[in-house]
Design a protein. Sequence first.
Length: 216
Amino acid sequence: MTGSKAAIVIRCREVYWRIGRMQATKPTYTLGGPEVTEDLLMSMKVAMCVVIVVAVISGRVAVQSAHFLRAKTVAAADGKPRMQVTRVYSGSDGQTHAEPMDVKLSAPNQLGMEQSEELNAETTNFVRFPATFFEDWHCAHARRYVITLTGRGEAEIAGGRRIPMEPGRVVLFEDMTGRGHISRALTADWTAVFVQLTRNDEASRHTQYHSNMLSY
């Protein structure tokens, strides 16, 4: 029996014992109002046990959540906060795949800022998606970053894997061939910034981009 289950049993027994003593000493009671019968006392027992169960479970969930948040913080605070981009790309199998990559940063400048390599962008635009937004299988319309500002969306790729697009996540779409992916809105307040990389830059800097800016 786990600790939480044992705690529930012990506390319920205590409630039954205390209310049982009330039943043994006085068969009925009045609390300045309607008569308190044995049936009502039994209902009190059940209600108290329900409260105890909920309290124990809630405490257990709170403890587990704290452990999760602490573990997540430790992982993210290993030295300095990590910056990651999720790359969505076309595989040799004709399917779209995804992988996380760390952003490479320079040494701190005189202001203490660490920066990535600069990349030329052709266009940048803000987008607001309708709540019903859905685009079936398609290839990326351009090599672009999708940087979510509010709300949530997702891209579905090979094998049913879903890539979340939400605040704090940056996704680079470059699955220009093959089956592509599905895009859909998950909330009614999904907004994002699209950053299209310069077309003339794509072929010549594609390899250099991954080696200089991102690490697998």
